[in-house]
Design a protein. Sequence first.
Length: 301
Amino acid sequence: MQVGFIGLGAMGLPMTRHLLTAGHDVNVASRSRAPIDAAVAAGAREAKGPHGVVDASEVTFLCVPSSGDVVGVLDEAQDALGTGKIVVDTSTIDPDVERAQHDRVNATGARYLEAPLSGGTVGAENGTLTLMVGGDAQTLAEVRPLLEAFARVIVHVGGPGSGQVVKLVNNLIYAAQMLATAEGTVMAQRAGVDPALLHEVLVHSTGDCTAVRTRLPVEGVLADSPASNGWAPGFMTDLMAKDLDLAIAYAARQRTPLWTSGIVRQMLGAASLAGYGREDFSSLAKVVRNLAGLADEGTTT
């Protein structure tokens, strides 16, 4: 099948490789030269921008940073859309903006799905992502074999916009986990508790969560954690802040209070202002450490 992929970032490039491995012809476009070259080296074909990708492909995936990027890509590709084309947006964007993209694409005779993803760069590399799909069930059934090239869990959560809502809920919960994990870890360190022993207890107790298991923010406790790898981003602070902004704005329009998320967003902002915006979002623990007067202690600064 002729497949398109627009947006070859930390998630999009490995997803493209999985599609190639599955035997599909993949047409690609991206802002940066290096990932295009990497995709071409893996067997993809470079197309002339979004229009060229959609024109050459039966199914086109989008994986771009923002609502504006999705709208811009579809603006460029508008004339290539029509009957027989399917667009699948795996980006995380505003649910109301996403609903509008369903309408605009469907109006051309093409079909549209949203499939925001969870699992981070590790999930993308391993082909074990989770997709929360919003849109037409029949269209999902048609593209499911493609999605299975890079996803392990695929859930149809409802109609247009619903996938984005579920993704934002997931991320606001995860971000809150991370702040609580950071605060608890710093509290324990101030009391002289060994972080490794703290982790051993937490993973077998009611405080267990994904943030504890994968991102305990102390160097050396978890070999694969960002803290043990120079805060290399599985998910950047600035991107998590963007997702919290989307969640808070959407909830405000729905008259849904998000008190905890507002506090977490402030801490992400503080981490960004401190220079950690392009580090993993678990680096907000460094802000907590600084506020606790532990900036010069341990190995997490």
